[in-house]
Design a protein around this ligand. Structure first.
Ligand code: ADP
Ligand code: MG
Length: 698
C-alpha cells in the first residue's frame, strides 16, 4: 500500500511497539508488553534482551550514544550522554548496551535541586527506566525516559510522584468500577492528558539584544507599546511565512518522534502561538510535552527566531499558559463521557462528583502546583484564570447537578439546532458546554480543562494532585458503599453523588471568573484566594495533604517537605536573578544612554545660548532626563540593597516573603522610572529594542 510521507515517517525515531514486536523474541515481547500494560516490574534477563534490540535499532538509526533522560525538580529535562563504545582486548571496539545500563543509571547528581533530601557527601542518585514511555532518538543519542530517585528511593524528580499517582488512581478507580460491574474490574485505567502549549516567537536579534530576555526569559523593562492586542487581529490570523516554515519543520520533527502534534495557530498576543497535540496517556503526554518544548526552542533558531516559553514575557499583552486537559478512561472507555442523558448515567455522575470533591478539598494543593514567580504575573490578570479555584460545569450539567441536590430529576436535552438564516449554510448543533475561558477548572464536554498552569510548567505537578485527590475520592466511595452493603448499590451510589455535590457546591461557579463580584463571592463562599507563590507553598506542609500523599504512597513526609523547600528556593532564586539583571541593565545600559543623551542636549543648550537662540524644549528635556537619571540611579541602589538583604534571609519562607514584599516592589519602581525615560528619549540613543520593535516586526 502506498504511504504518504507523514504516515511513513511517523514515529520513526521512537522504539515503539512495532519495533519491539519485530525485533524481540516472541516470549520477550509478550512479557515486555505485559510489563507495560500492567505496570509490572521487569526482570533482568528480559531487560538484557530489550537492551540488545534497542541498541541494534538505535545503531541502525545512526545513534552512537545513549542517555537516561529525566526531569529533576528544576522543571527542565536532564541528560548525560554515554557512548555504546566498549574497547576490546584486541584493540577493536564493540558497540554494547546491557540490560543493567538500560534499567538503571547512576548520575553524579549532587547539583540538582533536592530540597535538602541529599547532602553532597551522599550525592548518589539513580535513574530508573520507565518502560511505559518509549525510548527515542534525538541528535544521534538514544534517550531512555527515566525516573530519578535518591539512594534511599526518595523521589528527586517530577516523574516519580506522577507515576506513583497514576498507580494509586488506577488501583482505586478499579475498585470503583468493579462495583459497577458485578465485581469485575477493567484491565487498565489510565489518565488522558492533552497539553495545549502557548509560546512566543520573536526575532533572534531582538532576543540577543535584551539581557533580560536572555537571562530571565522575560522582559524586565519596556514601555507600553503604541499598539497592543486590542484589535484582536493576531488571534487565528494568517501565520507569518517564517513562522509557518518553522511550524512545518516542528510538526515533521515531532511526528518522527511519535508526538501527535495536531493543532497550531496564532494566539491573542502579537507574536504568540499555540500548539496542541492529540491527548495521550498522562505520563507519556507529559514526556512528549517536555520534548516538544525542547524542540520549540531548538528549531526556532533555524529560522532566525527565538522561542519564549516564559509565562509572561511582556507586560501589557497576554502571557502564555498550558491548559491541562484531563480525563480518565477504563480499557479505552472515557469515564467522563456524559452521554446523551447524564442524569441517568450514574457512573458518570459518580466520577464527576469525585472531581468536584477532589478540587474543593485540595484547591490549596492545586493552586500550589501551578505557583511560580513567573505564573504569578499571569494568574488573576484578566488574561488567565483568577487565583481562586472553582469548577465550571456549563449549561448541560449545571441543571443536572442542581436537580440532583434538590432530589429532583433533571431532563437534559440535546443542544438546540441553530438556523443560521442562510440556506446554503448547514444548520449546526450547539455544543453542550460553552466555553467559559475565565474558569480555572472547566468541564469541556468529556474532560476537565485545568487552565492555570503556565506555559513553562512541567504538567506533572498539577497531575500528581488531580490523580491523588481523585484516588482519595474513589477510595471514599468504596468505603461508603461498603457501609451500606445491604442497600441497592445504584441507590447508594446516587445518594453518594447527591451528598458529595451538596457538600461541595461552593466550588461550582459558571459565571465570569474575571469579575470583582466573583472575588467577593468566592470569599463569602470560603474559597481560598492565594495571590502569590509564597502564600501557596504551605499547602505542602499541611497535615491533611501530607496524610493523603502518604496514604496513597505518592509522597512521604520528607518528600513533601523537600518539594516545599525546593519550590521556595526556586522562587527566591528566580527573583534574585531578575533583580541582578535589572541592576546591571540600569547601570550598564540605561543610565549611560540617558546621561549621554541629556549631555548632548545640554551641549546644544549652551551652543544655542551663545547664539542667543531660544532653547526652551532642550532645557525642559534636559531637566526631565536629569530627574529621570537621578531617580534611576537611586532606585537601582535601592533595589541592589533590598536584593542583598533578601538574599541573606536564612528561612526559606521568610526569604520568599522578603522577595515578594521588598524586592518585587523595588523592581517595579525601577522599571517605571526607566520605562518613563524610554518614552521621551530618542530612538537612536535607546540601548535595547522596544516593545514596538519586538512585537510588531515585519
Ligand atoms: P481548545 O483550544 O478548544 O481547548 P484544543 O483542540 O486546542 O482545544 O485542545 C484540546 C486538547 O484536549 C487537545 O490536546 C485534545 O487532544 C485534548 N483532549 C480531547 N479530548 C480529551 C480527553 N477525553 N481527555 C483528555 N484530553 C482530551
Ligand atoms: Mg483548551
Amino acid at each position: 500500500m502506498a504511504q504518504d510521507k507523514v504516515t511513513a515517517e511517523y514515529g520513526s525515531l521512537v522504539f515503539g511497539d512495532t519495533d519491539m514486536r519485530e525485533r524481540l523474541p516472541k516470549p520477550t515481547y509478550k512479557e515486555l508488553s505485559r510489563v507495560i500494560r500492567e505496570n509490572k516490574r521487569i526482570e533482568l534477563d528480559i531487560a538484557n534482551e530489550v537492551a540488545h534490540a534497542m541498541k541494534e535499532w538505535a545503531l541502525e538509526h545512526g545513534a552512537t550514544h545513549f542517555t537516561h533522560w529525566f526531569q529533576p525538580l528544576n522543571g527542565i529535562t536532564s541528560e548525560k550522554h554515554d557512548s555504546f563504545l566498549t574497547p576490546q582486548d584486541d584493540g577493536t571496539i564493540l558497540m554494547a548496551f546491557s540490560g543493567k545500563e538500560l534499567v538503571q543509571g547512576e548520575p553524579d547528581a549532587s547539583s540538582f535541586p533536592n530540597g535538602g533530601l541529599r547532602a553532597t557527601f551522599e550525592a548518589r542518585g539513580y535513574t530508573v527506566w520507565d518502560p511505559m514511555s518509549p525510548a527515542f532518538i534525538k541528535d544521534e543519542v538514544l534517550c531512555i525516559p527515566t525516573a530519578f530517585i535518591s539512594y534511599n528511593g526518595e523521589a528527586l524528580d517530577k516523574k516519580t510522584p506522577l507515576l506513583r499517582s497514576e498507580v494509586a488512581l488506577e488501583k482505586q478507580a478499579k475498585r470503583v468500577l468493579a462495583l459497577f460491574n458485578g465485581g469485575e474490574a477493567p484491565k487498565r485505567v489510565v489518565t488522558n492528558v492533552g497539553p495545549e502549549q502557548e509560546y512566543f516567537l520573536i526575532r533572534e536579534e531582538d532576543f540577543e539584544a535584551r539581557p533580560d530576555l536572555r537571562l530571565c526569559g522575560r522582559t524586565l523593562f519596556g514601555a507600553e507599546p503604541a499598539k497592543g492586542q486590542e484589535l484582536d487581529e493576531h488571534y487565528f490570523g494568517a501565520i507569518r511565512p517564517s513562522v509557518n516554515a518553522f511550524m512545518k519543520e516542528l510538526d515533521d520533527e515531532l511526528w518522527k518522534l511519535g508526538i501527535p502534534a495536531k493543532t497550531k495557530h496564532n494566539e491573542v498576543a502579537p507574536c504568540q502561538h499555540e500548539l496542541a497535540p492529540v491527548y495521550e496517556q498522562g505520563s507519556l503526554a507529559i514526556d512528549n510535552n517536555l520534548l516538544t518544548m525542547e524542540k520549540l526552542k531548538l528549531l526556532a533558531t533555524n529560522y532566525g527566531l527565538a522561542c519564549l516559553e516564559h509565562e509572561k514575557p511582556f507586560e501589557y499583552v497576554n502571557g502564555s499558559g498550558k491548559h491541562d486537559n484531563w480525563s480518565l478512561s477504563a480499557d479505552g472507555e472515557n469515564l467522563l463521557e456524559p452521554g446523551k442523558h447524564p442524569e441517568d448515567n450514574i457512573r458518570f455522575l459518580v466520577f464527576l462528583s469525585f472531581l468536584i470533591a477532589a478540587v474543593d478539598e485540595h484547591a490549596d494543593l492545586l493552586r500550589m502546583s501551578v505557583a511560580s514567580a513567573g505564573n504569578d504575573h499571569r494568574l488573576g490578570g484578566n488574561e488567565a484564570p483568577p487565583a481562586v479555584i472553582s469548577v465550571f460545569l456549563g449549561d448541560a450539567l449545571s441543571p443536572v447537578v442542581k436537580a440532583l441536590i434538590r432530589k429532583e430529576h433533571a431532563e437534559t436535552h440535546e443542544g438546540p439546532t441553530m438556523d443560521l438564516g442562510v440556506p446554503a449554510l448547514p444548520d449546526i448543533r450547539q455544543d453542550n458546554t460553552d466555553r467559559n475561558r475565565t474558569s480555572p477548572f472547566a468541564f469541556t464536554g468529556n474532560k476537565f480543562e485545568f487552565r492555570m498552569p503556565g506555559s513553562q510548567q512541567n504538567l506533572s505537578d498539577p497531575n500528581v494532585i488531580i490523580n491523588t485527590a481523585v484516588a482519595e475520592q474513589c477510595d471514599r466511595f468504596c468505603e461508603y458503599v461498603a457501609q451500606y452493603s445491604d442497600e441497592d448499590f445504584m441507590q447508594v451510589a446516587e445518594r453518594f453523588v447527591r451528598h458529595t455535590l451538596r457538600d461541595h457546591q461552593r466550588i461550582i461557579f459558571d459565571g465570569d471568573g474575571y469579575s470583582d463580584d466573583w472575588k467577593k463571592e468566592a470569599e463569602d463562599r470560603g474559597l481560598p484566594n492565594l495571590m502569590t507563590t509564597p502564600e501557596t507553598l504551605a499547602a505542602l506542609l499541611d497535615r491533611n495533604n501530607i496524610e493523603m500523599f502518604q496514604k496513597y504512597e505518592v509522597l512521604n513526609e520528607a518528600e513533601c517537605h523537600a518539594r516545599y523547600v525546593a519550590k521556595a528556593e526556586q522562587y527566591a532564586k528566580l527573583i534574585n536573578i531578575e533583580a541582578n539583571t535589572m541592576v546591571r541593565m540600569a547601570r550598564h545600559l540605561y543610565l549611560p544612554a540617558i546621561i549621554a543623551y541629556s549631555g548632548d542636549i545640554a551641549t546644544a543648550v549652551a551652543t544655542k545660548a551663545e547664539l542667543g537662540v531660544d532653547a526652551t524644549a532642550e532645557k525642559e528635556l534636559v531637566k526631565q532626563l536629569t530627574q529621570g537619571s537621578n531617580a534611576i540611579y537611586e532606585l537601582t541602589t535601592e533595589l541592589d540593597k533590598k536584593n542583598a538583604s533578601a538574599r541573606n534571609v536564612a528561612d526559606p519562607a521568610k526569604r520568599d516573603e522578603e522577595y515578594r514584599d521588598q524586592v518585587l516592589p523595588a523592581m517595579a519602581a525601577l522599571r517605571a522610572a526607566v520605562d518613563g525615560m524610554e518614552l521621551i528619549c530618542s530612538k537612536q540613543c535607546w540601548p535595547v529594542p522596544s516593545y514596538d520593535d519586538i512585537l510588531f516586526y515585519v
